[in-house]
Write a protein that binds this ligand. Structure first.
Ligand code: ZN
Length: 149
């Protein structure tokens, strides 16, 4: 897989020095997602308060793309209002499904833009999306829980 060198560095940096990789003991929702085609696994704990993503913590094993992507996601989405987090989520998914046709907005996606090249490799898209799907799943559960309280 050939990715732009600068982008490759961003991915490797997140893989070697993952952000927020230690499951927080407190959370509103906890999910476990796997990508069987590659063997990637991610546990993700999410906290939401007053419509804002207050914490994302995770643990996982797998390829550099999957682990770097969830590290990037946690850095990017903590502190964001949930509506904005969903908008970033939608843009990232669109980028991954673009087969290299769209470049993505770096202002919105920040380090996640480094994964743009993955969209040209269909076998790896699930790796890049694993943590994002875990976040979406956890956010739905956390919000359903808060509506019951
Ligand atoms: Zn993978």
């Amino acid at each position: 897989m050939e990715l732009d060198n600068l982008y490759q560095e961003v991915i490797l940096d997140h893989y070697k020095r993952p952000q927020h990789k230690k499951l927080s003991p407190t959370y509103d929702a906890q999910v476990h997602h796997v990508n069987p085609s590659c063997g990637d696994e991610i546990d993700l704990n999410l906290s939401i308060a007053d419509g804002v993503v207050t914490n994302i913590s995770w643990d996982g094993v797998g390829c550099s793309i999957s682990q770097a992507s969830v590290s990037i996601l946690s850095d990017l989405l903590i502190g964001k209002p949930i509506a904005q987090a969903y908008s970033i989520f939608d843009q990232f998914v669109a980028l991954m499904q673009s087969k290299g046709a769209i470049a993505g907005d770096e202002e919105v996606l920040e380090d996640a833009i480094a994964l743009a090249g993955v969209s040209k490799y269909p076998a790896r898209i699930k790796c890049a999306l694993l943590g994002w799907m875990a976040f979406k799943d956890a956010s739905v559960q956390a919000q359903a829980k808060s509506e019951l309280e």
